[in-house]
Design a protein around this ligand. Structure first.
Ligand code: FES
Length: 282
């Protein structure tokens, strides 16, 4: 049965540009993970070597080779979060969920993982649940985060929400403002960051209106190109390991000055973005 479904997924991508990544994304979406049998079927149907397919499946953080729970909890143990108590928060999640990091609860509700940096060091310790950022997490927050996840996380997703609101944002590493009050886009101060792609490295300005996708850049960026974002002040890379729900590219989190976190997809042309207005004042 699984074999037939996978064959039809492969067929639906014949002639499309996305290739193997899109096929694996669809399988992951359908089954929640990539089983060995599913990868073997993809290899047989596409003629690609199993080694290449495993290479893709293990390279992108959005793919999992083991069944995952309904909710994915990522506890950051990167340096900035570590010194602010990240290990104690991770241990509290282990105790509250009754699993060790890397495991899934028996009821298949939660998978807990630890990661090295989620790209929001200025707000650590950081916990990300299903792409939703919780910042400055305290031990006393852990049970509330779990409860909140079960009852439904409030997030505004770009593909569902047409609200257009101006946002003032800053670097998730050093907290310096990204706002460029000299250059306006959509009639509002733009967001200025540094980007690199291929051999090019230059500035990029984004509209600060949430819901607008207007951009200006020093170099023309080809559609579908995945871009590396950097802070023009501290030069930290802004891309986080959290994958875009629409295309699987890395998301770029920025702090919203009035409280919360906004994330945009790093792929040119992708409309994946997310706004967590309660990320800071949880
Ligand atoms: S170290 Fe935790 S977000 Fe960077």
């Amino acid at each position: 049965m699984e074999k037939e479904t996978i064959k039809s997924i492969v067929e639906s991508h014949e002639g499309s540009k996305g290739g193997l990544i899109s096929i694996l994304e669809d399988i992951q979406k359908k089954y929640g993970y990539l089983s060995e049998n599913s990868l073997r079927t993809v290899s047989k149907e596409t003629g690609s070597s199993l080694v290449d397919i495993y290479g893709i499946a293990t390279f992108y953080g959005s793919f999992s080779l083991k069944p995952r729970g309904k909710h994915l909890v990522s506890a950051c143990l990167g340096t900035a979060c570590h010194v602010r108590g990240g290990p104690r928060i991770a241990a509290e999640f282990e105790s509250a969920l009754g699993v060790c990091a890397g495991e899934t609860t028996e009821d298949k509700e939660f998978t807990l993982e630890t990661v090295n940096c989620l790209g929001a060091c200025a707000l650590g310790p950081i916990i990300v649940v299903d792409g939703h950022y919780f910042s400055k997490v305290k031990i006393s927050d852990v049970k509330r985060i779990i409860k909140k996840t079960k009852t439904g996380l409030d997030k505004v997703s770009g593909d569902k929400d047409d609200n257009v609101v101006p946002l003032e944002v800053s670097c998730s590493h050093c907290n310096h403002s990204f706002m460029d009050h000299q250059c306006h886009i959509d009639g509002h101060p733009s967001i200025r960051v540094t980007v690199s792609f291929g051999q090019k490295h230059g500035w990029l300005r984004l509209s600060s209106l949430y819901g607008s996708f207007a951009v200006e850049s020093e170099y023309e960026i080809p559609m579908d190109m995945e871009i590396n974002f950097f802070c023009p002040h501290c030069h930290s890379e802004l891309n986080s390991p959290s994958p875009c729900v629409l295309c699987g590219a890395s998301m770029v989190p920025m702090i919203v000055r009035s409280g919360g976190m906004v994330q945009i997809c790093s792929r040119r042309g992708c409309k994946g973005h997310m706004l967590d207005l309660d990320g800071v004042n949880f």
